[in-house]
Ligand binder design. Structure first.
Ligand SMILES: Cc1ncc(COP(=O)(O)O)c(C=O)c1O
Length: 393
């Protein structure tokens, strides 16, 4: 199997699995006061400290969740619910992940939030000037650290600082970025700025080699935030429910290993991704690589093939044992046009003609070669299929 879809989910790390299994040997509930509960509590709090050390926050600021979608929902809804009452607007860059888009859509439709859109630059990063212009008087701002389709990394330090100056609380979706981009919550939050600036940051375990269903939201101790889940009041009342101790332990191990390997891995992946990009252009001269050239996720390649549908290419490559993605959402198994590619100014046809190829820990030069071997035939067949469909219509 040639797995080139690490942005969707990256393989479980053996060390994370071991930590998960060890914690599942313990019996009880981390909230119980008896010895069995307290043994679990120690594992949970140890995990919280280790996650905090990697993300640069205080342990009490780590709220364990079931993954990226939950973290983003809590971050965005929680901040909006606790907003200052005369503020109604959510600053929402174009091209955000659906976890954010659909959350903000729901807040707009069901709760009266006003949405202030922010354009992307042609290279897929968030337009900083437009972001800053949208801030005054807003209730909440949210932003991807790195676009999960085209891989461009935005200037989140500048966005955090501008949000602090504007007194607007900022949530960052670092789910797709944290494997490759070092982020220090404390540095980004700055000092002495309490009501605005970076107050929440989402991460998910399965993007760093922890099990699916693990994740965390960092919530500043100074943030005002409502809860999505109500119940036993665990985790500062922000996330009621018996905590998943095994998941937290695995997340801590995976994040630590990710942080340790990050720089070297980024260099290795960048070299492989460059080779992949060059090979794609050599094989299919009509192909265009999208996304920023410099500030991008190192293992991320996003390609527009103007004469072939991404979804046809995906199926043909899959048939050759090469697993990639179109990057965009699916409805009943059919890829929708990419809202990110549309936001970059391309048309519907182009937005259906993209592939996202993402490398990660297990990727090697042999994977790149396998992709490049399989591509020409898959492209020829996908382009022929598109040409046939066009002549019929
Ligand atoms: C940028 C981003 N945000 C949020 C999510 C949702 O995370 P999860 O799948 O853990 O719910 C994803 C998942 O692909 C993502 O890439």
């Amino acid at each position: 199997m040639v797995y080139l879809d690490h942005a969707a989910s990256t393989p479980l790390r053996a060390e994370a699995r071991d930590a998960w299994l060890a914690a599942t040997e313990l019996t009880g509930n981390a909230s119980s006061v008896h010895g069995a509960g307290q043994a679990l509590r120690r594992v949970l709090e140890d995990a919280r400290e280790r996650v905090a050390a990697v993300l640069g926050c205080d342990p009490i600021e780590v709220v364990f969740t079931s993954g990226g979608t939950e973290s983003v929902n809590l971050g965005v809804k929680g901040l909006w619910w606790a907003r200052e009452r005369d503020r109604q607007a959510i600053v929402l860059p174009d091209g955000e992940h659906h976890a954010t888009l659909d959350t903000v859509d729901w807040l707009a439709g069901a709760q009266g939030a006003e949405v202030r859109s922010v354009r992307l630059r042609p290279d897929g990063a968030i337009d900083l000037g437009a972001f800053v212009d949208a801030l005054p008087g807003a209730a909440v701002a949210t932003a991807l650290v790195a676009n999960n389709e085209v891989g461009s990394v935005s200037d989140v330090a500048a966005m955090a600082s501008a949000s602090a100056d504007a007194g607007v609380p900022l949530h960052l979706d670092a789910v797709g970025a944290i494997a490759h981009v070092a982020l220090d919550f404390g540095d980004l939050r700055g000092s002495g700025r309490k009501s605005g600036g970076l107050v929440a940051l989402s991460v998910a375990g399965h993007k760093v080699g922890a099990p699916v269903g693990t994740g965390a939201l960092v919530v500043s101790r100074h943030a005002r935030m409502g809860a999505v889940l109500h119940g036993g009041g665990q985790q500062r009342g922000l996330r009621s429910g018996t905590p998943d101790v095994a998941g937290a332990a695995a997340l801590a191990v995976a994040l630590e290993l990710t942080a340790r390997e990050r720089d070297e891995e980024a260099r290795r992946l960048r070299t492989l991704a460059d080779r992949l990009g060059t090979g794609i252009r050599a094989a299919i001269p009509q192909a265009t690589l999208l996304g920023a050239e410099e500030h991008r996720l190192p293992g991320h390649v996003h390609v527009l093939f103007p004469d072939a549908l991404g979804e046809t290419l995906l199926f043909l490559l899959d048939h050759s044992g090469v697993h990639v993605s179109t990057g965009s959402a699916c409805q009943a198994g059919i890829a929708e046009p990419s809202h990110v590619v549309l936001a970059l100014g391309y048309g519907d046809r182009e937005a259906r003609s993209v592939l996202r190829i993402t490398l990660g820990r297990s990727s090697s030069g042999a994977d790149v070669d396998a992709f490049l071997d399989a591509l020409p035939d898959a492209y020829r067949r996908a382009a022929a299929s598109s040409a046939r469909a066009a002549s019929r219509s």
